[in-house]
Design a protein around this ligand. Structure first.
Ligand code: NIG
Ligand code: FE
Length: 413
């Protein structure tokens, strides 16, 4: 088909591409290439030698001078909306307390719940904004943000409204996940099932009514919710046609991933303790494994996720920050690229796939984001690097020189 050159709005010339559009064993490299954008979409990709004639007066031409383009990065698992911080628990852990000890003693997630409930929508927004800016400056164009520190209708709604508002201030696509079943609030300490009923019968309907969620998540764990409770939430979500995800197999294996597979979940996240049956279930139901090296690092976990088996079964692996005040107070997806390789021994190709095409899969966006391909959204990062592996190899100097969001240049220096 002859390209409709007259519709081109922006054209990148003299660039190298890591298209991430083959599979996670290849960058999908194209050297000395060009990429054209029209109406927010990628409309043409090819080698410079095949670039059709275009009218230089009508197209905004960006000469990349040999720099690299990748898809805009996708952080598919975060909790960046929260009040307060947990530096005190960090100190406690350095003196020997474990994450579980702290949670069982009434700290952990529920201490962030108190701070989040006490904060106004505006305060939460102002605290989350620099976190989102930090991620965006490093190339993030799509982020998932979970609720889960409100744990009552009013405060879960408040969190999701803040997540929605953030996308209006920073050019980032925000996918919002309702995580009412994140922890048991103190007022339901002795009545977990009553709380789960509340999640399903009051909180979820309120969130849906106000169109505040794109997916539903549950923390299925000994210090979170049982399999049966998780199933109840998944049933309610599925009835409302919302996709589900799960925090599972982070500290133990109680079968959360297998359960999630029965509901065709988008992803199972953490998965350090995932076993082969769980991996098989993921493969059979097309799920993505979201690996969170920041939480592994910050909690000094020693159980590695079953990378070799995930590879063997061909389960897509995404990488995310899990940015949150307790287990991963880390707001750098570039650092996660490095940690995915150093801590989890992913190849740089797999790591980059984890924050592009596979991150998109974990959010149900595989057909529009995470790849440089014709028809995909023009979410594009330009990097001053000589080879894609540099994005994983070095950390601390930000090689991002340009960020394009749905066709508009939103960062350029
Ligand atoms: O993904 N695992 C549960 N939720 C978060 C931790 C939240 C917190 O400690 O505040 C996580 O690690
Ligand atoms: Fe998380």
């Amino acid at each position: 088909m002859t390209p409709n050159v007259s519709s081109w709005h922006t054209l990148f010339i003299n660039v190298n591409l890591a298209t991430m559009s083959d599979d996670s064993t290849s960058y999908g490299e194209l050297h000395q290439a060009a990429l054209a954008v029209s109406h927010g979409k990628i409309v043409w990709i090819g080698e410079m030698s095949t670039l059709p004639a275009y009218n230089v007066d009508e197209v905004n031409v960006v000469d990349g001078k040999g720099k690299w383009l990748t898809p805009g990065l996708i952080d598919c698992h975060t909790h960046i909306v929260y009040g307060g911080n947990r530096a005190n628990e960090f100190e406690m852990r350095l003196q020997g307390a474990s994450y579980e000890d702290i949670a069982n003693a009434g700290g952990g997630i529920v201490s962030t719940v108190s701070a989040t409930r006490a904060a106004s929508e505006e305060m939460l927004f102002n605290q989350a904004l620099p976190r989102l800016k930090a991620l965006h400056r490093q190339g993030v164009t799509t982020i998932e943000i979970k609720s889960g520190y409100g744990l009552d209708t009013e405060n879960e709604v408040k969190m999701l409204k803040v997540a929605t508002e953030l996308s209006k201030h920073i050019p980032v696509t925000v996918k919002r996940t309702f995580l009412g079943a994140h922890a048991l609030p103190v007022e339901y300490k002795d009545n977990p099932n009553v709380y789960v009923d509340l999640v399903c019968n009051e909180m979820l309907p309120a969130v849906i009514d106000q169109n505040l969620a794109d997916a539903v998540d549950v923390f299925c764990e000994n210090i979170g919710f049982t399999r049966a409770q998780t199933e109840q939430v998944f049933k309610a979500a599925s009835k409302a046609n919302l996709p589900v995800k799960v925090h599972a197999e982070q500290l133990s294996n109680i079968g959360g991933t297998e359960l999630a597979a029965q509901f065709n979940a988008l992803s199972s996240d953490h998965v350090e303790y995932l076993d082969e049956a769980g991996i098989k279930a993921m493969k059979d139901s097309n799920m993505t494994a979201v690996l969170l090296p920041g939480a592994f690092y910050f909690l000094r976990e020693t159980q590695l996720p079953p990378i070799a088996l995930l590879r063997e079964y061909g389960v897509p692996m995404a990488i995310a920050t899990d940015a949150n005040p307790g287990s991963s107070p880390v707001h750098s997806l570039q650092l996660m690229l490095n940690m995915a390789c150093t801590l989890f021994r992913l190849t740089p190709t797999e790591a980059l796939a984890g924050v592009t095409c596979n991150g998109a899969k974990a959010l149900g966006l595989a057909k529009s984001k995470g790849q440089l391909a014709v028809g995909y959204d023009a979410d594009i990062a330009m990097w001053d690097i000589c080879q894609p592996a540099e994005l994983c190899y070095q950390y601390g100097v930000n090689p991002l020189t340009m960020l394009v969001k749905e066709g508009s240049i939103v960062i350029s220096h």
